[in-house]
Design a binder for this molecule. Structure first.
Ligand SMILES: Nc1ncnc2c1ncn2[C@@H]1O[C@H](COP(=O)(O)OP(=O)(O)OP(=O)(O)O)[C@@H](O)[C@H]1O
Length: 281
């Protein structure tokens, strides 16, 4: 499989402070990759360098086979952006906005098809300013994918969404990924979003990548000990074990088939993430 993104030894300093401190990153074509990290970790700086909006101080960067700093117009057509600050086309309708952006591309998707894809057909004639926050974000996605990008950048796409809107948005991203094998680089502060959407996640802190893996395997998660908890003689008990099934069987033998308040908990992606970035839990 070819790499959509290949980064080696990326560095960026701002007036004395180091924002990106030797990042290596590979993202395969068709992959959904989530970049996670605390505020100020270097996510936006890294992503803006990949998008060609920021110059690096050192390192090699290849995005869709080209150096974003010297990339061609054709290269830019292959990139889709959904940035944190939404486009302000508030006085135009949804359809006008999408058609407006379609003109920038040599081979855009049909505007109606994209509006349908993002679930805004019923709102196609509505002014963008009359839409809810979540609906506006869908307009941003429509603009991001109108040019048939091979690589889509999503910067904190669901901040401020209610739970239902987030789930709808995730379904849309999965659809985009499945339909056209669009490569997606997502930054997010929501661990459940990364877990649901991403094939792999990378954790960055203080400008360095700490770990890259599938959400299930990150930081040794798949082999981490489970915590078994229950109540015995009115007292809460917990046990950490690599063999929770055996522990439950032993408890059932001792306490009967219904073990009071039994729970078996494996570390969540959030537990692993907080552990990696060294945050007290
Ligand atoms: N234009 C700039 N000038 C000076 N320092 C900057 C600039 N942009 C970012 N920084 C600094 O670089 C570091 C990394 O910032 P960056 O925005 O890349 O982090 P981030 O991981 O995207 O954070 P967040 O999750 O808060 O968006 C921070 O310490 C930030 O203060």
């Amino acid at each position: 499989m070819t790499d959509a993104v290949r980064v080696r030894g990326l560095r960026k300093h701002y007036q004395g402070s180091t924002a990106v401190d030797g990042v290596d990153l590979d993202i395969a074509e068709g992959e959904i990759f989530a970049l996670l990290g605390p505020n100020g970790a270097g996510k936006t700086t890294t992503v803006e360098i990949l998008e060609g909006f920021r110059k690096r101080d050192a390192g090699e960067v290849r995005v869709l086979g080209e150096d974003p700093q010297r990339a061609s117009r054709r290269w830019r057509y292959g990139i889709g952006l959904v940035l944190q600050s939404a486009s302000d086309m508030a006085d135009m309708t949804v359809a006008e906005t999408v058609r407006h952006f379609a003109r920038y591309y040599p081979d855009p998707r049909p505007a109606d098809e994209v509006i349908d894809l993002v679930g805004l057909t019923a709102k196609a004639g509505a002014k963008v300013r009359t839409l809810s926050g979540g609906q506006r974000r869908r307009v941003d996605v429509a603009i991001g994918v109108i040019g048939r990008p091979r690589l889509l950048f999503l910067d904190e796409p669901t901040t401020g969404f209610d739970p239902e809107a987030r789930r709808q948005f995730w379904a849309l991203i999965r659809l985009l990924s499945a339909q056209d094998a669009t490569t997606i680089l997502l930054t997010t502060h929501y661990l459940d979003e990364a877990e649901t959407l991403a094939d792999r996640v990378g954790v960055i802190a203080a400008g360095r990548i700490l770990a890259v893996d599938t959400p299930a395997e990150l930081g040794g998660r798949a082999t981490a000990e489970a915590e078994v908890s229950w109540i015995e003689d009115g007292t809460p008990r917990t046990l950490r074990t690599a063999e929770p099934t055996a522990a439950v069987r032993e408890l059932a033998d001792r306490l009967g088939p219904e073990i009071p308040h039994l729970a078996v908990r494996r570390p969540s992606l959030e537990d692993i993430y907080l552990d990696l970035i060294g945050s007290p839990q």
